[in-house]
Design a protein around this ligand. Structure first.
Ligand code: MTE
Length: 325
């Protein structure tokens, strides 16, 4: 088991940590907000204070003209929609963990310096078209639709929200992967001067990076979200473009994407690099496969922790089950 130098999240001291203590720290934070154990999960989510007057920090950057988009009625929810305030103020975005409060769910407080205007991303690797592309040009090319989706974090909180965006397949078809491209990797923006959590947590393998098999990425459910609740994404939700793969745990859903690479090698992923036994590459939601440290049988809707049975593939088996048969 590799030792990793990391910072103790509570007192700021440098400690030599094993995989286990990394997750102990992660869970300590979750306990603090009422999410890490069954007992705590039974209570409302404490530490999630509401201030409905707080600015949501939406980044319109000239893209507001594309919103709201027409909803695609094919994708229906089996539960009430999570309130907009909750989905945009209870986030997981390690790049914006501040040493001031060390709360992974307070990203919205620290995103101001993040400049998402004129967003460009790079496409490289085994594709017919590669280079740097403007997101706005892609939106004009593909159009936007709205989809309601369930979303499930590996830490067991969940929500149901309307994303706006376009199918990842449209993007892939546009770039034309070669036959030997078996995977697509996705990398998030990183800049210490704009992201307080990057500056203060140098033990993480920045930038945040994830990947999918090409057949997964081409599935109709894989989606590039540029908006939520009929508006462009707020920065804390991964503005201005992020991945949505609702049958996989939340950490597969890379935020603020700046790079896509088509490759024939299985890409390394952020959490798997830190703890290979806990965060496998596929990470499909499955109530019968516990996380090594906790059961995945139940999930808790934000903000009140309403329990629901976890559904295999998050209930999307009819769309994605065939990928794994
Ligand atoms: N992407 C980046 N770049 N950094 C992150 O810390 N967290 C992941 C995922 N994408 C993360 C990320 C995790 S663990 C989850 S659960 C989801 O984003 C949370 O998405 P949300 O904040 O929009 O609910």
């Amino acid at each position: 088991m590799a030792n990793i130098i990391k910072q103790n999240l509570w007192n700021g001291t440098q400690v030599k940590a094993t995989e286990e203590s990394i997750y102990y720290n992660r869970r300590t934070i979750l306990k603090q907000i009422g999410l890490a154990t069954g007992a705590l999960l039974a209570s409302p989510m404490i530490g999630f204070s509401k201030n409905k007057n707080q600015d949501n920090n939406f980044t319109f950057q000239g893209m507001d003209k594309f919103y709201p988009a027409i909803r695609n009625e094919k994708y229906v929810l089996d539960r009430p929609m999570t309130e907009e305030y909750d989905a945009t103020h209870y986030n997981n975005f390690y790049e914006f963990i501040s040493p001031k409060d060390r709360n992974i769910y307070n990203a919205y407080k620290y995103v101001d310096p993040f400049d998402t205007r004129g967003w460009r991303f790079e496409v490289s690797g085994l594709a017919n078209k590669t280079g740097i592309y403007f997101l706005e040009e892609m939106i004009k090319e593909f159009g936007l639709e709205e989809r309601t989706c369930r979303f499930r974090c590996v830490e067991r909180w969940s929500m149901a929200v309307p994303w706006t965006g376009f199918p990842l397949k449209k993007l892939i078809d546009f770039f034309g992967p070669m036959n030997n491209a078996k995977y697509i990797s996705m990398t998030s923006f990183v800049d210490k001067s704009q992201m307080i959590g990057v500056e203060n947590q140098d033990w993480y393998p920045w930038p945040y990076h994830e990947g999918l098999r090409i057949d997964e990425a081409m599935n109709e459910l894989a989606f590039i979200a540029t908006g939520i609740y009929g508006k462009p994404l707020p920065k804390q939700n991964g503005a201005p473009m992020r991945l949505i793969v609702p049958w996989k745990y939340g950490y597969k859903n890379t935020k603020s994407i700046v790079k896509l690479e088509f490759t024939n090698k299985k890409p390394k992923t952020f959490w798997n690099t830190l703890s290979p036994n806990e965060y496998p590459f596929l990470s499909n939601i499955d109530p019968d496969v516990p996380h090594p440290r906790w059961s995945q049988k139940i999930e808790r809707m934000i903000p009140d922790g309403e329990p629901r049975p976890t559904l295999k593939f998050n209930g999307y088996g009819e769309f994605v089950g065939k990928l794994y048969s």
